[in-house]
Design a binder for this molecule. Structure first.
Ligand code: GLU
Length: 479
């Protein structure tokens, strides 16, 4: 069976090591006790388990993991990856990145990650439901899930459907638990999910890029005109993150010149219509053959090497390495995926005058909106429910008064724009935008003001390490 493929399990077993390498490098710019740094860096709990499911006429044993990297804040948080390539090293690395990610965007969670080693395409919906429910039961048995313990979410290969199975299994096995729905985020709206969660990661990446290119001083250094308008972007991955990143960047005024997927890549310097490429791929099963493309490549990696200003790897880890970094034309790499750039490639890229917006900041929009969903679940009230009408009434009174005093009547559109109270989606998007913008400048300040910090990633790590150290000290765990 594909999921027992030993080759798949041997690949990329340096991902957690790479994260630790980046951590160690950043740690020298902090002043913490070596023991405390070690505590921050280590994976606290690694739960590896196997369970059988019925498949066809027989059974199959499924390999699965849940890693809780750090409990300096509770609950721990992170998605569940459904992939036949998943291995323990990868889940540990991704859990660690969640810890730093949450600290960077000031989301009060520790980091965690889950993995189920299957290719979802090889399973029926019924089998996927059985796998997901059994996975959840195994987590419940070991106290590895709960609104105050560890809260999973979607990741590569999973989505709202899987989250609803998890929520239902958890609620069924914890009857009467008032906050049961806060055991998982990324749920469908009908099952106490939140507006805007599905597109949150991509929207966050797009905001991060827009903020980065808006800083005149930094753009001057790397030889780009400031501003998102007209920036030429290549996106790798048309999944949830890549698709939404491309869509929002185009909305902000960038030109999507290239799109890459497993089967190949397409390019058009005048721009590609993301929505219609997505539809084309859905209908034909391939990104290739899209009529709006001027060039196409059956070797997907060639797509990354085409002319552009910004490259957004939004698929999987280890895509930009020493092997291809010298062919990359972009000036900015914005990491939509986790771990797409190897440490070696990163230092070459910076030495050539490039800039990398690091994963643990760039793709933190997902967990940020997950935090809002969790808050909604614990408070049992949708955002905006208490204040929307109050705001509208207050705004109406104000507009009426101003119209009365000035004698100027606003048009119906002007009136409704001013009066309208915020909806849940607007509040979520505003919280997300604020988080991404503030966090970018926090990282940038560290980058700019600390001598010898040479990458935004190191600056992001330094900020995260300092915040986590404070949490440990506040817990009284460290003197
Ligand atoms: N899987 C996403 C990530 O890597 C989301 C995690 C979450 O929402 O908890 O950030």
């Amino acid at each position: 069976m594909a999921n027992n493929n030993p080759i798949a399990n041997q690949e990329n077993l340096h991902f957690f090591g790479d994260v630790c390498k980046n951590f160690d490098y950043a740690a020298q710019f902090t002043h913490h006790d070596a023991g405390l740094l070690d505590q921050i860096k280590s994976c606290n709990s690694v739960y590896r388990f196997r369970f059988p499911i019925r498949k066809g006429d027989g059974f199959e044993v499924i390999d699965a993991w849940r890693v809780e990297h750090s409990q300096h804040q509770s609950p721990t948080k992170g998605g569940i990856r459904y992939s036949e390539m998943v291995n323990e090293d990868e889940v540990m690395a991704l859990a660690a990145l969640m810890t730093y990610k949450c600290a960077i965007v000031n989301v009060p969670f520790g980091g965690a990650k889950g993995g189920i080693r299957i290719n979802p395409k090889n399973y029926t919906v019924q089998e996927l439901e059985n796998i997901t429910r059994r996975y959840t039961v195994e987590l419940i048995k070991k106290n590895f899930i709960g609104p105050s313990i560890d809260v999973p979410a979607p990741d590569y290969g999973s989505g709202e459907r899987e989250m609803s199975w998890i929520a239902d299994t958890y609620a069924t096995m914890n009857p009467g638990q008032l906050d049961a729905m806060g055991c998982v985020t990324g749920k469908p709206i009908a099952l106490q999910g939140i507006q805007g969660r599905r597109e949150a990661t991509g929207r966050g990446v797009a905001i991060a890029v827009r903020e980065c290119v808006s800083v005149v001083e930094d753009m001057k250094k790397i030889g780009l005109q400031p501003g998102i308008n007209g920036k030429r972007v290549i996106v790798q991955g048309l999944g949830n993150v890549g698709f939404h990143t491309a869509k929002f960047l185009a909305e902000f005024g960038a030109v999507i010149v290239g799109l890459c997927e497993f089967e190949g890549a397409i390019y058009n310097e005048d721009g590609l219509d993301v929505e219609s490429v997505f539809q084309h791929r859905k209908e034909t099963g391939s990104i290739l053959g899209y009529k709006g493309a001027k060039k196409e490549f059956t070797n997907s990696h060639l797509g990354l090497e085409q002319d552009c200003d910004i490259l957004v790897p939004a698929a999987l880890e280890n895509q930009i390495t020493a092997a291809n970094i010298n062919n990359i034309k972009a000036k900015i790499i914005a990491e939509g995926a986790n771990g797409p750039t190897s440490p070696e490639a990163e230092s070459v890229f910076y030495s050539k005058g490039g800039l990398i917006i690091p994963d643990m900041y760039a793709n933190a929009g997902g967990v940020t909106v997950s935090y809002f969903e969790w808050l909604k679940n614990l408070s049992h009230v949708a955002f905006g429910r208490m204040n929307r009408r109050f705001e509208e009434t207050a705004n109406t009174n104000l507009v009426n008064m101003v119209e009365g005093i000035t004698g100027v009547a606003l048009s119906p559109l002007q009136r409704s724009t001013i009066i309208k109270g915020a909806s849940e989606l607007e509040l979520v998007n505003s919280g997300l935008e604020d988080t991404m913008i503030r966090s970018y400048h926090e990282i940038r300040e560290t980058f700019k003001n600390t001598e010898k910090i040479d990458t935004l990633r190191t600056a992001a790590f330094v900020g995260a390490i300092n915040k986590i150290a404070v949490s440990y000290k506040n817990l009284g765990v460290w003197p």
